[in-house]
Design a binder for this molecule. Structure first.
Ligand code: NAD
Length: 285
């Protein structure tokens, strides 16, 4: 049973918008904060569309959908969410940026507020160093994409994370309908340490002419029983996010096998980021 009633989510991209929607669907008031007004509009449109579909499919009534939507407020200024009792940072995967955001979070939110991060790969202990007096309240709360569907929350303690923070994170994850599973604080944790090198290798295989993307994905879905091939999954995650996670693992684990594949970097530089931009490995219309 979680005591969280007001959640602040920093970053309204793929993950932040999903976390906000799940929180609001479970009765929590959510402030969704992004530096980009445009992204806040994209998130609002995604929320409305997802709830319309839920009503059509009779997963909830129109009144329940409207009540959940009414619990989400989009904001461009973090200070306007200062009464939140929990914050999840879900901004771009960049350690320097996240450390700046953590410093700001520490200034804005109250002394008992947990400062959780949805980072895919950055060390929780490193992020906590940005807020030394609050390091016991910093924790990795790693949701999966798409957040409304995926059940897992990977829970990562930093060196100073308290037992109370961990217990409350487990309680909030469960209250949001998720299954928390612990992992230790190594770059990429478990999920991306295992997944991202496979995705990266699929880009190498494509560049080397081993097969075209459709066939790489078909071979992995039909032959290895993956629900989605690695290149389609990369589009789903965001190619920029995949590149950034590889860079964090390269820096954190110190092995060149984690360098992002040139083909992945090339597509990112062309602005082909996957589903979110309409083009990535595939065209999404
Ligand atoms: P995204 O690019 O879709 O969204 C990031 C958002 O952060 C953007 O809207 C950007 O405007 C915003 N932002 C940047 N600086 C900000 C600031 N100072 N204040 C507020 N907002 C700011 O990225 P995403 O895919 O949603 O990833 C967000 C985080 O979640 C990353 O740490 C990523 O590694 C992690 N993650 C991603 C996935 C995935 O599948 N995409 C899965 C699990 C975790």
């Amino acid at each position: 049973m979680s005591d969280v009633s007001k959640l602040a989510v920093i970053g309204a991209g793929t993950m932040g918008s999903g976390i906000a929607l799940v929180g609001a669907s479970k009765g929590i008031k959510v402030s969704l904060i992004d530096v980009s007004e445009e992204q806040l509009s994209v998130a609002a449109a995604y929320h409305a569309k997802t709830m319309d579909r839920n009503v059509q499919k009779e997963r909830m009534t129109r009144d329940e959908a409207d009540a959940a939507l009414g619990r989400i407020t989009g904001l461009s200024n973090m200070a306007d969410a200062s009464d939140a009792d929990w914050v999840v940072e879900a901004a771009t995967e960049n350690a320097d940026l996240k450390k700046k955001i953590f410093t700001q979070m520490h200034d804005v939110f109250g002394e008992d507020v947990v400062l959780a991060t949805n980072t895919s790969s950055i060390s929780i202990t490193e992020l906590a160093e940005a807020v030394p007096t609050a390091a016991d309240r910093v924790i990795g709360m790693h949701f999966f994409n798409p957040v409304p569907i995926m059940k897992l929350v990977e829970v990562i303690k930093g060196r100073e994370t308290s037992e109370r923070t961990t217990q409350r994170t487990i309680e909030l994850s469960e209250a949001m309908g998720k299954i928390p599973v612990p992992a230790n604080d190594h770059a990429g944790f478990v999920s991306n340490r295992v997944l991202m090198p496979m995705i990266n290798e699929a880009f190498h295989a494509w560049a080397d002419g081993v097969a075209e993307p459709e066939n790489i994905d078909s071979i992995m879905t039909l032959g290895c029983a993956f629900p989605m091939g690695p290149l389609r999954l990369a589009d789903h995650i965001g190619l920029d996010v995949c590149r950034d996670i590889m860079l964090v693992m390269h820096r954190g684990l110190g092995d060149d096998k984690y360098l992002p594949a040139p083909k992945l970097v090339e597509l990112v530089e062309q602005g082909r980021l996957g589903n979110k931009t309409g083009h990535g490995v595939y065209d999404h219309g």
